[in-house]
Design a protein around this ligand. Structure first.
Ligand SMILES: [Zn+2]
Length: 339
């Protein structure tokens, strides 16, 4: 309602003519994104890092437990890095740590409150690393049963909290999909059709990406609901896979490889896929069991290294806004996308 009162319609249209991106934003009006603090409008997401981590515990699904870390210790270590990202203009961060790998939504709520950032968390199970992070029932239950568990987190909140997932996170191994990993993508598809949550799948090479996309299409889910996480491959594979309409997640950006990523981004832009690229660092990683959480990677290489290179190579402000603001808002808006 407030938006409607913001400007008389005539003035609003005049404004839109001057700032065309507002027209796109206006289309988002009734849409929303789930953060750990609750729903926000896509236009409120702002500059976003779409794949980062606060804490990751590699001990395995059979041994993990939240008493392996202390919230105040983690906050003391991580909060300065979140504030550093915020000082670079970051408004939102998508926290991609799945359940049984250290997802802790109460910790994320505290960090969101203290940092002022929007944080998104997820539902789903991670099958990559040969199923070390899958709970026992993921092996025996059907895709429908798994989807029911994930959909319940969307409807009722995660682990007795009111925090709802902002996306589905799954993970598959590098090669052809195993039967178990086919089941995970199927469960993600069924959950998507019930909830409208976007599916982010830790994937890597193009082969398992395309196999997942095929399964989604067969289940009536549009590839636009799929994020090809850790996307890697030849230029040809990028073009072929991106042609499906999926999101391309170039999420391993750091100081050393920023120039290389800039080349790839400019290549994909030239091929017409600017509106499908998502970028991030896959950084962070407080590790329980390591002294002081181990070596923690900050979230600033994109602001400090990558964007300056892109600008230097001729990328204009509108294209940067597309990458850092509009694409994340479109990718994480909750909506059912049928094929
Ligand atoms: Zn990650």
């Amino acid at each position: 309602m407030q938006e409607k009162a913001f400007l008389p319609r005539r003035d609003f249209l005049k404004y839109c003519a001057a700032f065309p991106f507002l027209i796109r934003m206006a289309g988002f009006e009734k849409d929303y994104i789930h953060t750990v603090k609750g729903q926000i409008k896509p236009a409120e997401l702002g500059v976003t890092l779409i794949h980062e981590h606060v804490l990751v515990d590699f001990i395995g699904a059979d041994k993990i437990s939240p008493d392996r870390w202390n919230h105040e210790d983690v906050i003391k270590k991580v909060l300065p890095y979140l504030l550093e990202a915020k000082s670079k203009g970051i408004k939102s961060m998508v926290e991609c740590t799945p359940a049984f790998l250290g997802r802790d939504v109460v910790l994320l709520e505290k960090l969101a409150a203290r940092s002022g950032l929007n944080l998104l968390t997820n539902t789903g199970y991670y099958g990559a690393s040969n199923n070390k992070y899958l709970p026992s029932w993921a092996f025996t239950e059907t895709a429908e049963q798994l989807a029911k568990r994930w959909t319940e987190e969307f409807n009722n909140g995660i682990e007795q909290t009111s925090v709802k997932p902002g996306f589905i996170k799954i993970g598959v191994n590098d090669g052809h999909l195993s039967g178990l990993h086919q089941k995970l993508i199927k469960a993600a598809a069924l959950t998507h059709l019930k909830t409208g949550l976007t599916i982010c799948s830790h994937t890597g090479p193009a082969v398992p990406a395309n196999e997942q996309i095929e399964i989604l299409k067969n289940l009536n889910v549009d590839p636009a609901a799929f994020v090809w996480v850790h996307a890697r491959g030849s230029r040809e594979e990028f073009v072929k896979t991106a042609a499906s309409g999926c999101w391309i997640s170039l999420d391993g950006i750091n100081e050393e490889n920023a120039a290389e990523h800039a080349e790839l981004i400019l290549f994909l832009k030239k091929e017409g896929f600017l509106k499908k690229i998502l970028i991030s660092h896959d950084a962070g990683w407080y590790q329980p069991g390591e002294p002081d959480g181990g070596k923690f990677r900050g979230y600033t290489a994109i602001s400090e290294k990558l964007l300056p290179v892109l600008k230097q190579k001729g990328m204009n402000d509108a294209a940067i806004e597309q990458l850092m603001v509009l694409n994340p808002a479109a990718a994480f808006t909750v909506s059912i996308r049928r094929h």
